[in-house]
Design a protein around this ligand. Structure first.
Ligand SMILES: [Mn+2]
Length: 244
């Protein structure tokens, strides 16, 4: 079984199309999408137009929830832009997505952790940065999820950790956004440090699941220009550099 995992596309159609082309050459059995799909000052509708006909096993992220349900005064600039451009077709699509999904007895999909779309599963915030969390903490966050392979997204940091009982937790990183700032739970930056789109291929081998993290060249200049044209110099800079 070979699985391609994509996550945190954030409306970046340029990055998504490059990643899908790369996946097409890798002979996977299934591609799964781990949420935060459309929210971004780029091309939310175009991104949905590429994804909807593919029918990939897909879960929603916190941004799908926020775009659909947050009251206007709570909505950030990026989610507000996204809400403004989505039509009923895209709204209905994301509204129907599950929060988590058991792909099989062995493979579980979640956005943050198995119990929350906001928890950083494998990271902890240290000052204004994130670091890898200790294994006991990651174990605790896995809760009673017994799947041998747990796929998550949300932090945009490509990472794989093996828990003490052998379960593998994999975050493929972000397809569409390699750096961001957040104020919750305290102000911090996340930065991958390069602009490449990220995803992962996870394969079941004789001794268990193994992840390969992949970076993909794409036209990040075009993505950056698109963000700038929508008044988002902050996104334009991050897309171009991978630094916050
Ligand atoms: Mn995200």
């Amino acid at each position: 079984m070979r699985i391609a995992a994509i996550s945190d596309i954030h409306g970046n159609r340029f990055a998504l199309e490059a990643v899908l082309e790369d996946i097409a050459e890798r002979h996977v059995d299934v591609t799964v999408n781990l949420g935060d799909i459309l929210s971004g000052p780029l091309d939310p509708v175009g991104t949905a137009t590429v994804l909807m006909p593919l029918g990939l096993p897909t879960i929603r992220g916190n941004h799908e929830r926020q775009v659909l349900h947050d009251p206007p005064e709570k909505l950030g600039k990026t989610d507000a832009f996204t809400r403004g451009v989505l039509t009923a077709q895209e709204r209905n699509w994301i509204a129907a997505l599950p929060e988590t999904l058991a792909l099989s007895d062995e493979v579980f999909l979640c956005h943050g952790s198995p119990t929350s779309d906001l928890v950083y599963f494998m990271e902890r915030i240290d000052g204004d940065r994130t670091r890898v969390a200790d294994l006991a903490t990651v174990d605790r966050r896995a809760g009673d999820c017994r799947a041998a392979l747990i796929l998550c997204g949300h932090t945009h940091v490509p990472r794989s950790l093996r828990l003490s009982d052998g379960r593998l937790v994999v975050n493929p990183g972000s397809v569409g956004l390699q750096a961001y700032d957040d104020l919750e739970p305290s102000p911090h930056s996340v930065e991958v440090g390069s602009p490449h789109a990220r995803y992962a291929v996870i394969e079941k081998r004789r001794h268990g699941w193994r992840a390969e993290h992949i970076e993909v060249d794409y036209d990040w200049q075009a993505a950056s220009r698109q963000a700038a044209s929508h008044g988002r110099e902050d996104w334009a800079r991050r897309l171009l550099t991978g630094w916050a």
